[in-house]
Design a protein around this ligand. Structure first.
Ligand code: OOG
Ligand code: NI
Length: 461
């Protein structure tokens, strides 16, 4: 089959993201309600704040906003992780970043599978936060063995999807009709299975160790546990949720409200109770929840250091993690700390706190070839020949992720695993190294500078 007949991995990813959204709407009806709220608020923001709409037009994000979302799964074994990486690769999704959540009392470590090039992200920014259970952190040998034994027996992929992954690897792609089959078959891995693989008593044992362990081990597959749309105003969402019958978690994770959003702000609502058929009895399990996020500028290492410092200082001033009881004090402290982070794109650029994209303006293009036009980047910006916008953050935040995990795992006492980052072990399980997200942003910024220089007829800017 000539390569010309293959569909692009980007379009398979776009198809898969749409199919996943449809499936999740059926499985978790509140997700559908949430999508309506997000779409209403996004329309409102674009009408009431034309500058936001304008910025999204420059970057092209306006075209991806309606279908932008991320999901999350938790797998149980190295073998499952390595195969899921191959499945995502068919859709052009690569592992980016390493997140250690053990320090937050969650026995997993994670990566985000996503497209890495801005052109691919433009077609579909769909990402999946993927966690691997760390049974080695559990100091109950019997339970560890029980979990390992159960996980060893399950197969989370359909035979057909395994064939299509191998075929795509061998031939270098999939035809349109194989891609459609691939999407349908891949969905099975992510759907909810009502039938558990364990008895009610085994479930209880796993659950007593950590609810997350039961969630990973007791079921036939790594059901997608949330699907998160992107909003342009998360504060409006947080305020609007109760009226739609969606109770939000107490605090929005991430940076405070700003004129120019940075990184990622997220809120979520509690999991549903779902009926489960254990091997010997009926029961229930809370697995799935809803989440919403607002994305802002990707920060440079310097910007990220400042963000982490201000967030740590806020938590230190609060005396711990934010809860329902101290939510208001937390947001006051957070806003006060973040006064130290400039809320102005020009300052963020001058101080090298964020990554940017550069665009040649009409004026710049008209001045092509004129002898007296500026040639430095700053000069071109000052003269209105070059416009810039922040590069959007495509990744996740470990502290926020831990907050999301916690708020959805219920109020049982928090487990202690110490800090056990082990990127090497994660990469060994994955069979790949995870990409450095900062390098990806820097490359994207560099490509935009080059394209801009070329449009202006300059060697470089
Ligand atoms: C993943 C939680 C992390 C996010 O948006 O930070 C996450 C999980 O609960 O499996 O999705
Ligand atoms: Ni999430």
């Amino acid at each position: 089959m000539p390569a010309l007949d293959f569909v692009s991995p980007d379009s398979i990813r776009a198809q898969f993201s749409a199919a996943m959204s449809l499936m999740y709407k059926q499985e978790v009806p509140l997700y559908g309600t949430l999508l309506e709220l997000v779409s209403e608020i996004n329309q409102q923001v674009m009408q009431q704040q034309p500058e936001v709409a304008q910025a999204l037009r420059w970057t092209g994000e306006i075209e991806r906003l309606d279908h932008e979302r991320h999901g999350a799964i938790r797998v149980g074994t190295a073998q499952e992780l390595a195969t899921i990486a191959r499945l995502f690769a068919v859709m052009g999704m690569q592992p980016v970043g390493y997140y250690d959540l053990s320090s937050a009392g969650v026995p997993v470590h994670s990566t985000a599978f996503r497209a890495v090039h801005e052109q691919s992200l433009h077609i579909s920014p769909f990402r999946v936060f993927t966690s691997l259970l760390r049974l080695e952190l559990i100091d109950n040998p019997q339970l560890r063995e029980l979990a390992q034994g159960i996980l060893a027996q399950r197969q989370i992929f359909t035979p057909r999807v395994l064939e299509l992954i191998a075929q795509s690897e061998r031939d270098g792609g999939l035809t349109a009709s194989d891609a459609t089959t691939f999407v349908q078959e891949a969905l099975h891995t992510f759907r909810w299975h009502q039938d558990a693989t364990v008895s009610a008593e085994q479930y209880q044992q796993l659950h007593d160790q950590h609810r997350l362990i039961a969630d990973v081990v007791a079921f036939k597959g790594p059901h997608i546990n949330h699907l998160t749309p992107r909003t342009l105003d998360i504060d409006a969402i947080q305020r609007g949720m109760p009226a739609k019958g969606i109770p939000p978690k107490a605090v929005v994770e991430g940076p405070p409200t700003r004129r120019h959003a940075i990184l990622l702000r997220q809120t979520s609502f509690k999991a549903l109770q779902e009926n489960v058929a254990f091997s010997d009895a009926q029961g229930s399990h809370t697995a799935r929840f809803g989440e919403i996020e607002q994305r802002g500028a990707a920060l440079t290492p310097k910007g990220r250091l400042l963000y982490d410092r201000l967030l740590d200082a806020t938590r230190a001033a609060l005396g711990g993690a934010p809860t329902e009881a101290n939510a208001e004090r937390y947001s006051t402290l957070l806003a006060a700390q973040f006064e130290a982070f400039p809320d102005d794109l020009a300052q963020m650029r001058e101080q090298e706190l964020a990554y940017f994209r550069y665009f040649a303006t009409e004026k710049g293009l008209a001045a092509r070839g004129q002898a007296d036009r500026p040639s430095s980047l700053q000069g071109l910006i000052d003269a209105g020949h070059v416009h810039y916008e922040a590069l959007v953050y495509e990744d996740f935040l470990p502290v926020s992720a831990a907050g999301i995990f916690q708020s959805n795992l219920g109020d049982e006492g928090q487990a202690e695993y110490g800090s056990n980052a082990n990127r090497e072990a994660f990469e060994a399980a994955l069979g790949l190294t995870v990409q450095d997200e900062l390098a990806l942003y820097a490359q994207s910024e560099q490509r935009s500078k080059q394209a801009c220089a070329q449009a202006l007829g300059l060697e470089a800017i």
